[in-house]
Design a protein around this ligand. Structure first.
Ligand code: GAP
Length: 511
């Protein structure tokens, strides 16, 4: 998939009411987006899929909904005030600002591309007799590129771990990375920039308090750990899940809803015995990957990316990456956060945040495994996987969103063949019966063909056409989105046919 397809997905999102630029009539607000009438349905379905997979499928996972504003000391304790920074570098000619780490990562990705293209070319040339492993180990061009990449990678990981900003700049200079706009290598020093938005609470006369818009939902879970554990009589191991908005003053905000300044997270903190965390980390890695793959976007579109640089709070970390139109990108992070957060909140608040383990007959600060996924990134991967342009017989074509039926915004469109003879009333009657279970849409405008195309474009799995025969024998034509096949079915069978495919329960059973 390419940047070209990505552009099409972005305009499709706007044209069909999925995503709009925020404040568009005022020329927009950068990296902030609104979800439209279709987008909000899809987004809610994604959230439901995640929420149910956490709190329905796991008896020992419960949910909360904590406030966005929290005591400012929480962000001191979490490390966000001191360490939630991006290393930024400016190009003096274009006056554009970039993340130094992203420039280097993109440089390494380009070398990877070169290597992969070399392998692809050879695979075509040699056909069945091609031995990829051998080719990678012996081809001089690949070996040269791999050595170059490994060297940059080692320097990069070390610089990040040591927070060595000068070295980051030096890597950019040594790799001859140019600004994509000015084409020059006229770079400033690398500086740290804090990503939290701050505002004031209370009136200035009273002495206003500086508060932050939360940059992650996780801390709302940590500070409620004992509240939930005690009131819910939770026994370790157990988890707390939360879905909510988070805010980051992203400097390099691009790629549509991939990197936003206001976004939504679905996070789960799983509290375990110290020493058992790596076992649970492996379990959650597997569980979360299964959740993704159950959607059927293609197993090859996912990969794990284990971190070289561990965050200050983690002793193991991985990302689940999805193949977006612009390459493999992080959709979800899974971290073994040790007891960092709870211990730090204990220290800063002066309140004990320990758990008494009746089996071990002792108290301890639990360790935590976190799974954290961005709703908006999940939305973008869903749109990228679903967007499809198909050539049809007779030279026609269609754009169809092959969304998993359980996530589709509209489950069923009901279309009267013509706008008279009682057909609209019959169509409405069908909707009135089914609307309690499924989001339905009525459409009577334009030819049936055009109406099918409109439903394809928003990913509606079923269209039902009401014609004169329907009035006589209570049957309709049902048309399936992906195969475009049609069949005649009894109206009273519709609920069963639709429920089977669109059911969240059936999707959850495949995890
Ligand atoms: N509590 C851990 C945490 O927040 P993170 O890797 O910074 O970890 C977790 O964020 C997930 O949140 C990411 O994998 C991504 O899906 C989403 N996310 C982070 N920043 C984002 C942004 N600026 N725009 C959209 N989604 C973002």
């Amino acid at each position: 998939m390419s940047e070209d397809v990505f552009k099409k997905i972005v305009s499709h999102c706007k044209e069909y009411g999925f995503v709009f630029q925020s404040s568009e009539i005022y020329d927009g607000l950068s990296a902030v987006y609104d979800y439209g009438q279709m987008g909000v349905e899809l987004k809610n379905n994604i959230k439901k899929y995640w929420w149910d997979s956490m709190v329905l499928l796991h008896e020992n996972v419960v949910g909360i909904d904590s406030a966005i504003f929290m005591h400012p000391t929480i962000w001191k304790a979490s490390g966000h005030v001191d360490a939630f920074n991006d290393p930024l570098i400016d190009n003096k000619d274009s006056k554009k600002r970039y993340r130094a780490d992203v420039l280097i990562e993109e440089y390494m990705a380009k070398i990877d591309d070169k290597i992969n293209k070399e392998v692809e070319k050879a695979a075509k040339r040699f056909g069945d007799s091609f031995d990829e492993a051998m080719f990678r180990q012996t081809n001089p061009r690949i070996l040269e590129n791999q050595a170059k990449r490994d060297e940059v990678h080692t320097r990069f990981a070390k610089a990040l771990n040591e927070n060595n900003l000068e070295e980051l700049r030096q890597i950019i200079i040594d790799c001859e990375i140019v600004d994509p706009i000015s084409g020059t290598r006229n770079w400033t020093d690398v500086r740290q920039f804090n990503l939290m938005f701050a505002t004031e609470m209370g009136s200035t006369a009273d002495g206003a308090m500086k508060v932050y818009l939360r940059p992650e939902t996780a801390q709302g879970i940590f500070v409620n750990f004992l509240n939930v554990q005690k009131t819910g009589r939770m026994k370790i191991p157990f988890g707390i899940a939360q879905i909510g908005k988070a805010f980051r003053n992203e400097i390099v905000a691009r790629q549509f809803i991939f990197r936003m300044r206001e976004f939504e997270q679905m996070e789960m903190q799983f509290f375990v015995r110290p020493g058992e965390e790596l076992e649970w980390f492996a379990k959650w890695k597997e569980t979360r990957m299964k959740w993704h793959k159950a959607l059927g976007y293609g197993d090859h579109k996912y990969r794990f990316h284990d971190h070289d640089k561990l965050a200050h709070y983690a002793n193991a970390a991985t990302d689940i990456e999805f193949e977006m139109p612009f390459g493999f990108k992080e959709v979800e992070g899974i971290h073994s956060r040790t007891d960092f957060d709870l211990s730090s909140h204990e220290q800063y608040s002066g309140k004990k945040l320990q758990y008494f383990d009746p089996e071990l007959n002792k108290s301890y600060t639990p360790y935590v495994i976190e799974t954290s996924i961005g709703v908006d990134r999940m939305f973008l991967s869903t749109m990228s996987a679903a967007y499809c342009e198909e050539e049809l017989e007779g030279g026609e074509s269609r754009v169809v969103l092959k969304l998993p039926a359980a996530l589709a915004p509209i489950k069923l469109a009901v279309l009267p063949l013509i706008k008279k003879d009682g057909l609209p009333e019959k169509a409405q009657e069908i909707i009135d019966n089914l609307k309690f279970d499924f989001k339905c849409q009525y459409d009577e405008k334009d030819s049936i063909g055009k109406r099918y195309r409109r439903q394809d474009a928003i990913g509606t799995p079923y269209c039902v056409t009401v014609d004169h025969q329907s009035l006589e024998d209570n049957t309709v034509t049902i048309r399936y989105r992906d195969t475009m096949e049609q069949e005649r079915v009894a109206i009273d069978k519709l609920a069963d046919i639709i429920a089977d495919k669109v059911s969240m329960k059936n999707l959850l059973k495949t995890i």
